[in-house]
Write a protein that binds this ligand. Structure first.
Ligand SMILES: Cc1cc2nc3c(=O)[nH]c(=O)nc-3n(C[C@H](O)[C@H](O)[C@H](O)COP(=O)(O)O)c2cc1C
Length: 305
């Protein structure tokens, strides 16, 4: 018998727990010819902001041992362009669409979410609060409990759609930020975004990335991300979308056992665009093999005794 794969992410009902990481799957459309998108639990758009953003100075991507550094700088054409040119592609989508939203001020987040909340194509929002923030003098919202709480509270007021808050791993205690997001009114937590890193060209003694620093993703970060998912699962009651270096079903299962109700594949999409489907098939095979009828039995089942 086929196991039950449905999960509920703070009111967002998914037919299975496998999704993509924001920014690693374009707007979904770009991957259509490589992946059966409708088999996924959800797709997450690249982060959208109120205004068009040019992004950071190239080079923006650099491969490292076991991972990659990126500094894209939230390049996108802004919310109006998304509504006019992208939303129509989701009309016949048979999976859930989560729109990732970023901003430079709280009011930018609020405006974008207010504007998008009425479109029936959209099932939930993911707040990307890990981007450098001008209003707060270069502070990252997700690195500060009060800023996180305040932003989530403000956004909560303008939408009834499930609100997922994506946290930054660049903090000493991730559970404090997760708690602030929960108390602000989040329905779910996504973790993790990338780890701040850098690389240097020793010939020129210059940084490899145009932005000097960038975000590290891929297999190199998996043990760190997994530890954070486990810590947050132990501290708060919200469902968690776990990500960070998931390359195969075994990686995804580790996140689920640590406490993630769903998982997102990011960097692996660039290596093998079918990773999500392989992860999904592998999770199903595992459940069958271990006679687990419902994936909910596996979520947070880590045995530390
Ligand atoms: C090239 C690239 C672009 C990304 N862009 C975004 C983005 O726009 N918004 C966001 O919330 N996360 C973004 N991320 C972070 C991923 O969604 C994910 O959280 C992170 O890469 C960890 O997962 P992974 O190791 O599987 O890639 C980006 C990651 C990469 C590699």
């Amino acid at each position: 018998m086929k196991p039950i794969l449905d999960v509920d992410i703070g009111g967002l009902k998914l037919k299975n727990p496998v999704m993509v990481g924001s920014g690693t799957f374009g707007y979904g459309d770009e991957f259509k010819e490589y992946v059966e998108i409708n088999r996924l639990g959800a797709i997450v758009t690249k982060t959208i902001t109120k205004h068009r953003r040019e992004g950071t100075r190239p080079p923006r991507i650099y491969e490292t041992t076991g991972g990659m550094l990126n500094a894209i700088g939230l390049q996108n054409n802004g919310v109006d362009d998304f509504v006019q040119n992208k939303l129509k592609h989701y009309k016949n989508l048979k999976t859930k669409l989560i729109v990732s939203v970023g901003g430079e001020t709280n009011s930018e987040y609020v405006d974008v979410i207010e504007q998008l909340s009425s479109y029936s194509e959209i099932s939930a929002f993911e707040l990307n609060i890990s981007c450098p923030n001008i209003e707060y003098k270069d502070k990252i919202i997700a690195c500060d409990e009060n800023l996180t709480h305040q932003l989530v509270r403000e956004v909560r007021r303008v939408t009834v759609l499930p609100l997922i808050v994506k946290l930054s791993p660049n903090v000493s205690d991730i559970t404090l930020i997760a708690k602030a997001a929960q108390e602000g009114g989040a329905d779910a937590i996504s973790l993790v975004n990338t780890f701040l890193g850098m690389a240097i060209n020793v010939k020129t003694k210059r940084p490899v990335l145009g932005n000097i620093t960038g975000g590290l993703s891929g297999p190199a970060i998996k043990p760190l991300a997994l530890r954070m998912v486990w810590q947050v699962h132990n501290r708060i009651s919200l469902p968690i979308i776990g990500m960070g270096g998931i390359m195969n079903a075994r990686d995804a299962l580790e996140f689920i056992i640590a406490g993630a109700s769903a998982v997102a594949v990011g960097t692996a999409n660039f290596i093998n665009p079918e990773t999500t489907l392989e992860v999904l098939n592998g999770i199903e095979d595992y459940l069958i093999k271990h006679r687990i009828k419902d994936i909910s039995e596996l979520i947070g089942s880590l045995n530390v005794g």
